[in-house]
Design a protein around this ligand. Structure first.
Ligand code: CTP
Length: 403
């Protein structure tokens, strides 16, 4: 998953030969999970057809304030388009459009939309090398950057004129990764590393049987997605789970038993800034694991169990600067028990789930949590999706680490 997933991208296309590459650019934005709308300057339609871009973007393409030939004549609102966009990308940006953008000229729908947009604006120039070198173009680029617009530099190479030099619009793949990296750099957890445990653990009895629990891992996976969407590099250490994750910032590490989870967590703990242990780790495991399948014999059977490592408590003991978050699943005296765990395991936050709350707990899509910090401040949250709970948890963490 890309940071562009579910974001609204407004692509502004102007009249340069590189406009033919915008068909590919739209495809890449769509592939990254973004919603795409395209606004074109009238002249750019000579280089790439609105039909191509509307088919690829799955949205109507606009280039004028209204369409004279359309009997339903509808006003294309630049204000609505500008407000819809999370990001506006002007690519290719010709010398003419750059200069107009830099000087507040507003003689077409693309420029009016640019002036109305409140979002981040990226521009990828494309022109012949002498035009690109001209002081007035440099001035436009500098001016746009001084407005906070983000410059995607052109590359060097053969130009449509046959000349060789700087001025080629950056390749669509590079435009997309440039924007993704720029967004990630501006996110609150950029440069932070986060470790998350998720799912159940399975403790083997023999080659075919184990002791496990009903945890789906969903809460941990949602936490991992939230952390990655905030720009963090995430290590997701998960017990057996059917949950799937596909995000360039998430490294999934699969484990089976509590012992394996303990080992993987300790390999990474010294690297991370935040650790959130949401896994439902088995507290006990069979003292002896049979190497062959145990045969049915007596009417009763006893399996001796021994304690597993308490992973969370072990991290609390060696904590240096890590922000450590644990979960507590309780059925009675919830707040009191959670506070005891918070202190005993040396945590910064504990997230309490009560099995008494309907809609909360294992195998559910929703959760209802209470978050308690180390100063015993208690924040209660309503029943919501596990994705929304993950957002609440990270809001609390961000408030604490950036307080
Ligand atoms: N935890 C852990 N390692 C274990 C057991 C639990 O890291 N062997 C972590 C869980 O991931 C969770 C927290 O400890 O973040 C609390 O888990 P919970 O099962 O509620 O509590 P326990 O400490 O196991 O205590 P009890 O089962 O007695 O309530």
């Amino acid at each position: 998953m890309s940071v562009l997933s579910s974001k609204n991208i407004l692509l502004g296309v102007t009249a340069g030969i590189a406009a033919y590459k915008t068909a590919h650019l739209v495809r890449l934005f769509i592939k990254a999970g973004a919603n795409v709308k395209v606004v074109m300057t009238p002249a750019s339609k000579e280089f790439v057809t609105p039909l191509t871009l509307s088919t690829l973007s799955k949205n109507p393409v606009v280039s004028t304030f209204y369409d004279k030939e359309d009997e339903n004549e509808q006003w294309n609102s630049h204000v609505d388009l500008g407000l819809w966009a999370d990001y506006m990308v002007v690519a290719p940006a010709t010398a003419n459009t750059l200069s107009k953008m830099a000087n507040g000229v507003c003689d077409n729908l693309l420029l009016a939309t640019y002036l109305s947009a409140k979002c981040n604006v990226y521009f990828a120039p494309a022109m012949d090398l002498d035009m690109y070198q001209h002081p007035t173009t440099k001035l436009s680029v500098d001016k746009l950057q001084s407005f906070g617009n983000v410059f995607i530099p052109p590359s060097s190479g053969e130009l449509a004129s046959g000349l060789v030099g700087e001025g080629r619009m950056e390749e669509p793949e590079n435009i997309v990764s440039f924007i993704e990296n720029d967004i990630i750099r501006g996110l609150p957890l950029f440069n932070k590393q986060v470790l998350i445990t998720a799912g159940p653990t399975y403790e083997a009895i023999d080659p075919v049987r184990f002791i496990g629990n009903h945890s789906s891992g969903k809460m941990g996976f949602e936490l991992a997605k939230s952390a990655a969407n905030l720009g963090a590099k995430v290590y997701l250490i998960t017990g057996p789970s059917n949950e799937k994750v596909n995000h360039s910032l998430i490294q999934r590490i699969d484990v089976v038993s509590a012992e394996e989870m303990y080992t993987e967590v300790h390999k990474l703990y010294s690297l991370v800034d935040i650790a959130i242990l949401s896994a439902a780790v088995a507290d006990y495991k069979p003292s002896v694991v049979s190497s062959i399948k145990i045969k049915k014999a007596e009417n009763t059977m006893t399996i001796e169990l021994e304690k597993t490592h308490d992973i969370l408590a072990s991290l609390g003991k060696i904590k240096i600067a890590q922000f450590l978050v644990g979960f507590a699943l309780e059925t009675n005296n919830e707040i009191e028990n959670a506070m005891i765990k918070l202190k005993k395991k040396n945590l910064d936050l504990i997230v309490l789930n009560s099995l008494q709350d309907k809609g909360a707990g294992f195998q559910k899509e929703t959760n209802k949590v209470t978050i308690i910090d180390k100063f015993e401040k208690i924040s209660e949250f309503s029943l919501k999706s596990k994705a929304a709970v993950a957002t609440d948890i990270f809001n609390e963490i961000l408030n604490k680490i950036y307080a």
